[in-house]
Structure formats: C-alpha cells, structure tokens
Design a protein around this ligand. Structure first.
Ligand code: BES
Ligand code: MN
Ligand code: ZN
Length: 516
C-alpha cells in the first residue's frame, strides 16, 4: 500500500523543481499533496496523550516534532487549535483536538465536522488558498465542516473586504474516502445554499428573484424540473388563502414547484412543502420593529427545501420528490387582508383571518392541499418558520416535528442524529384543534387562544388542509417548525452567526435513507 508521508514531502521540496525522482510515488498522491499550502490535522487528546488520527500518513519524525510543539503549547482539550509552521515539508499545519475517540458513526461524523471547521477557520486568517483536510476520522464529516465553516455572504461588500474561499481537498493515503468526501461536500454546499437564500436581504430575494435563483442553481441537474407559477395560476386553482397573504404587497407572488425523478414512474413521490414568506412584516397586524429585519429569513422552509433538492439531484438519489414552495411577502397596505376578513381555502374550508401575522399557516394551507390532493404522495413533509412559540419551547437545539406517523418520525429522528441537526417530537393532537374552530363566522380561525401551545395549535390547523390524513390508510405527514433553528449566534465552528440553513442536511439524509 502506498502512503503519503509528510516526511517524504520535505525531501521533494528540498530537491527543487528540476529534481530527479528517486523513489517512484503514484502521481496522484504526489501531485495533490505538493499543492497544499496547508493541512488540517485531527489529534486525539486523551489521558494526557497526543496521538494522530491520520498517524499512518505522518512519518514518525514528523509526528515527534508535532507532539513536542503541541505539548509545549498546552494543547489539551477538545476544540483546541494550534497552527504550526514548516513541519514535515508543509508550510502551515493546523492541528485540532478531537478529544477522545468517538464510538459510533454519528459521533465521529460530528467530531470530524467540528474539527475540520475549526482548522479551516484558523487557517482562514493566514491567507492560505489550497488546503488538505484530514479525512481519517470521517471523510464526509470533514468535508461538511470545511465547507460549512467558510460560509459568508460578502458579495454586497466592498471588494477589498471580501474573503477568498479556501479550496479544500481530502488528505489521505487511501482513496476509498473520496466518495464520502464528495458526499460531505454536497451536504455542506446544500446547507450553504439555504443560508445564502435566507441571508440575502428581502429586497434582493423577492418571490420572483427566489425562483430565478433556484432555477439557476438547479439548471443542468439531471432528472430535475423547475416549474414557476404566477398569481393567475393561483387564482385558477382557488388558492384564496395564499392569495390573501400575498395581496398586501407590490411584489407579485410565485408558486415554485420542483420535480425530481430519480426512481421509476411506478414509485410514488415524496412530497416537500416549504414556507416562502420572503419578508414577514406581520401585515396589518404589524410586528414591532425591533428585530423585524430577521424576517427576511421567513422563507427558511422554502430555502431548506430547495437546497435539499440541489443535494438530492447532485447525489442522484434513487427516489422521486415533488416540492412546492408558496412564495410571497406579508405586507401592510391599502390592499392588504384585514383582521376579521374571511377567505375560502383551496380545499373549500373558510378561514377567519384574526391575525394577519399568522400568515404562514395560510399559505401552507393551500400548498399542502395542492400537493397532497394532486400528487397523492408516499409521504409529505412541510418545513416552516411558523411560530415564535416553537422557539420558546425548544430554542435552538432541535427543530420540532409534528407527525401522524411513527415510522416517519423514526426516520426523521435517525436522520437528524446522523447530521447532528436533530429533531424533537411534538404533539399533533386534536386537543389543540378546538381553539382553532371557535370562529363565529367561518370553519376555522387562524389564531389560537393566548400564547399557550402556539406551535401545537398551528400544527393542528395545518392538518385540516392535508388531503388523506383522515383516510383508512392515512398519508404519513410531518410538519417541521423551524422557527427556533432559523438563526444562530455561534462565534466559531461550522455553525455560523446568522441564518442557519437548518435542517437542510437532515432532509437530504432522510431522503437518502428512504431511497436506500
Ligand atoms: N414568521 C413568524 C414566526 C417566527 C417568529 C419565525 C420568530 C422566526 C422567528 C410567523 O409568521 C408569525 O408571525 N407567527 C406568529 C403567530 C401568532 C400571530 C399566532 C407568532 O409566532 O407570534
Ligand atoms: Mn407572521
Ligand atoms: Zn411568518
């Protein structure tokens, strides 16, 4: 077996460019390695011992130098990072402490994600361009961390203040990690796409611009079709609940539909629906102005759905998916829906709009009914930054899942564990429906009683619009409230301050599992 040795690299550099090759080394490894400006290396710091996960790729003399340097600098606890210079022929080596060796795959994935992110961020300040990343703990996790750690949206800044992205490559002797690296690269990129869509300010990510951006991102991907619908189409489909939200804004609505055909025509599609409010001012029930800017991220459901389709198509997963994203702004104006107005949704139910700020459920009502009645999917998942109450309940750690299916819950739960972007099950129960049915003039009202259980009553409301949930063999449906995980205040690592793009990777992982 051929191994890439740090020590050997030093020898090559010493020989210069017109050297005579003495030992034949496979070109691929040799060439790749000599291009790196820097390396990210993971190191176990357990029981006062410093060992390297990629120890087989490092000669013993290099290892000794590293250990001496690290020990002298007090390198010890998980997350510690040291940048060392001119070691084993590499100009800069960022060593990251992994803590102790992880037992299961999910732990190793997360260990690799965290360490590679910290290593890349340490090197970012040093102006390196081309970095090899240790893939010996977990290649997929290493790639995810390296890609996610680099996210920033600086195209609106002065050119001098923009950051140059670092090119990241798998550093390993063996090539069997390349596929996993590739997968991780796609997982990370898809979450970054969701972050980009959510972070882009509302004036530059209107419903129309959102569809154009997504069409561009998915262009050329096999088996993928993007269909963009306008207001006229929504009127013809009697989507009055969706229209009631959109009509307060000057920006025209869009209804984005993506079809991905990775499996045979006989296979029922898996449905995805994403809330796409590109800005939520609250409408006539206007929100207070502090933090209102965050509401540019109120299309997080649509962003994570569209971004997951990018990954699903890139990976060519053998599964069929249909995704629907109602896109509009929620604005106050002379043409806006007023509190007390009654609209008839696509499924025929009338809704009294008690609060125009509870707009997410109004646009989802029609999108859920449209997808579930028109395509009779195998399963249906919707994602929405739906309620502040979800944030109060679970905060940032978990997204809340409301579902009528234990199987769907189990699949989501295990997908979320693998990605470390996890879910917590919440109650989907008729006990929360009563308060949504107290309107004196309509079948339903869009506002529950008080603030108690706000995320749960919203879920109960949505269920009224999913075709097939009440039938003999009910459609497996899950509503995921992502309001709590919408943004992050992280200062380092692969979580980045600002819009999170969560749980894009978990959606991709879920689809990978149902397609396996
Ligand atoms: N988009 C908001 C929910 C939200 C709040 C998302 C904070 C992310 C962070 C949603 O449209 C909304 O305004 N919900 C109301 C519902 C209420 C009027 C029943 C809320 O949570 O206050
Ligand atoms: Mn709102
Ligand atoms: Zn909203």
């Amino acid at each position: 077996m051929t191994r890439l040795l740090l020590g050997r690299l030093a020898a090559r550099h010493a020989l210069g460019h017109h050297h005579v090759r003495i030992t034949p080394v496979p070109r691929r490894l040799f060439t790749n390695a000599s291009n790196y400006d820097a390396l990210v290396l993971g190191s176990y710091t357990d029981a006062e011992q410093i060992t390297f996960s990629a120890s087989r790729d490092i000669t013993s003399s290099t290892r000794q130098t590293l250990v001496e340097q690290l020990a002298a600098s007090g390198f010890k606890k998980e997350g510690d990072v040291r940048v060392l210079y001119n070691v084993g022929g590499v100009k800069q080596v960022a060593v990251v402490s992994l803590g102790k060796q992880g037992k299961d795959e999910a732990t190793q994935l997360e260990q690799a994600r965290k360490a590679s992110a910290l290593g890349i961020q340490a090197l970012q300040k040093q102006g390196v361009e081309n970095v090899g990343v240790d893939v010996s703990v977990n290649a997929q996790g290493a790639a995810e961390g390296a890609v996610l750690a680099q996210f920033c949206l600086d195209k609106l800044k002065n050119e001098a203040d923009r950051r140059k992205p670092i090119q990241v490559n798998p550093f390993a002797a063996e090539s069997n990690s390349e596929r996993d690296w590739e997968t991780g690269y796609i997982y990370g990129t898809s979450q970054n796409l969701a972050r980009m869509l959510m972070t882009t300010p509302g004036n530059l990510m209107t419903p129309k611009l959102f569809t154009e951006e997504v069409a561009y991102l998915l262009a050329g991907l096999e088996n993928t079709e993007v269909i963009v619908r306008d207001e006229e189409w929504a009127i013809r489909n009697k989507m009055n609940s969706f229209l009631a939200v959109a009509k307060g804004s000057k920006e025209p609505l869009r209804f984005l539909e993506i079809h991905y055909r990775g499996a045979g025509e006989d296979q029922k599609p898996h449905g995805l629906v994403g809330k796409g409010v590109t800005f939520d001012s609250g409408g006539i029930s206007l929100k207070p102005s502090n933090n209102m800017a965050l509401m540019k991220g109120d299309m997080g459901g649509a962003a994570t759905v569209a971004a997951s389709l990018y990954a699903i198509a890139k990976l060519q997963l053998p599964v069929n998916v249909i995704a629907c994203m109602p896109l509009c702004e929620n604005m106050p104006s002379g043409g806006a829906t007023k509190p007390g107005d009654v609209v008839r949704a696509m499924n025929g139910k009338s809704i009294e709009v008690m609060d125009t700020d509870a707009e997410g459920r109004l646009i989802l009502a029609d999108a859920l009914y449209y997808l579930s009645s028109k395509y009779s999917p195998e399963s249906l998942i919707d994602l929405a930054t739906l309620t502040g109450a979800m944030d109060v309940a679970l905060g940032n750690a978990f997204a809340g899942v409301f579902t009528n299916s234990d199987l769907l819950w189990q699949r989501l739960e295990s997908a979320g564990k693998m990605t470390s972007d996890p879910f917590w099950r919440m109650p989907l129960h008729d006990a929360y429906l009563k308060e949504m049915k107290e309107s004196t003039v309509a079948d339903l009202n869009n506002l529950g009683k008080g603030r108690s259980g706000g995320a749960c009553s919203a879920a109960a409301f949505l269920k009224e619009f999913v075709a097939g949930v009440e039938s003999e063999q009910p459609l497996a449906w899950a509503h995921i409230d992502i309001a709590g995980v919408m943004d992050s205040d992280a200062t380092q690592g692969y979580h980045i301050k600002g819009m999170s793009g969560r749980p894009t990777r978990s959606l991709v992982e879920y689809m990978r599992r149902v397609s396996a």
